[in-house]
Structures are given as C-alpha cells and as structure tokens.
Design a protein. Structure first.
Length: 189
C-alpha cells in the first residue's frame, strides 16, 4: 500500500483527527490546511505501535487570506475553531501575512507567500511538511511537497528553507522527538 493511501486510512480511522478536520472545514478559513505535528504524531505513533495517541502540543491550521492581513485575523479564526471544538489548542496562521511579522519574531525577512500549499514548503522538517484538507465528500486533499517518504520511514531532517541547523537541534530537544519516538532516524546536514 502506498504512503498516500496509508495516510488517508490513518486519518479516517482517527476520531480525533477527523473531528479536527471537520471543525476546520465547518469554519472554512480560505485555502485552509491542517498539518505538521498532528500528522507526524499520527503516523509515528502508528509505526511505533502505540495504542494511545501522542497528543499534539497544538494543531497547526494554515490559511491564506490576502484580503485581511491584520494580526486579528489569526485570532478570529482561532476563536471560531475554539468555539466549535474547545478542547483543542488551535494555532491558526494567515500565511498571506507571515512576511509582515516573521523578521521580528525570527530575525530573518521572508518574501510574501502565494498560497497555503507554498507555506507548507517552508516548514521546519521535511517529515512535517505535510498537510491535509477535508473535502465536502470527506475525501482528503494531501499536500506533501517533499513526498511522504521521510514521514513514513521515520526520518527527521531539516528543511533548510527557513530553519538553521541550530534551530533544528533546539526543536529536536524541545519536542523530545527521540524520547517519544525512539525509532526515528535524525539526519544531520
């Protein structure tokens, strides 16, 4: 079975992930996707044989609203999501506005993005550069610009688009990746 089919089956079998996707679909921020740690945890828990899912620290919802670049737009979408599913720590980010605040927060200017799918290409690790959208018929639109091989082969490598080696190492420690999923192979560059 190919990785895309496996990912779809894992998502459809997860009540938690499906509830999250249905919530975002209901709130319908423009050009939305859900991904990163939520999907990494789902796949790596499965590959490690864990019966209890590793709870995500937060749920990354990206959307693209070029008509409203205010910081309040992120808060508005987060509030909508929380009103529907309050037991989730939502992190909604308008990718159309990232270039306006990124330098102040991370010390490096970035060019404007053109879509949520483009934003996924800049996420910190190739295995987490994966996102999905639940379509009206409950089928899944998968965005995986680097493929799904690293995710399913449990390979963690830095995506150099925005993350330095030092930042990658810090994320590895902060997220306790190897403590949670000891079979993960970290690739240093």
């Amino acid at each position: 079975m190919d990785y895309e089919t496996q990912l779809r089956q894992l998502i459809w079998q997860s009540d938690q992930v499906m509830a999250i996707l249905r919530t975002v679909r209901q709130c319908e921020p423009p050009d939305w996707l859900v991904g990163a740690g939520l999907l990494r945890n789902l796949v790596w828990d499965h590959l490690h044989g864990y019966r209890q899912p590793t709870p995500p620290r937060d749920v990354d919802v990206v959307f693209f609203d070029a008509a409203n670049l205010s910081p309040e737009r992120d808060e508005e979408v987060t509030a909508q999501l929380t009103a529907v599913l309050p037991n989730v720590e939502w992190e909604a980010t308008n990718q159309a506005a990232v270039h306006l605040w990124y330098a102040e927060k991370f010390g490096k200017a970035v060019p404007p993005l053109t879509s949520s799918a483009e934003a996924i290409t800049t996420w910190p690790e190739t295995a987490t550069c994966t996102a999905v959208r639940l379509l009206p018929d409950d089928s899944l639109h998968i965005v995986a610009p680097f493929g799904l091989e690293d995710l399913f082969q449990m390979i963690l490598r830095r995506n150099p688009a925005r993350v330095t080696q030092a930042q990658f190492q810090q994320r590895l420690r902060d997220k306790q990746i190897l403590q949670k999923w000891p079979n993960v192979c970290v690739i240093e560059d």
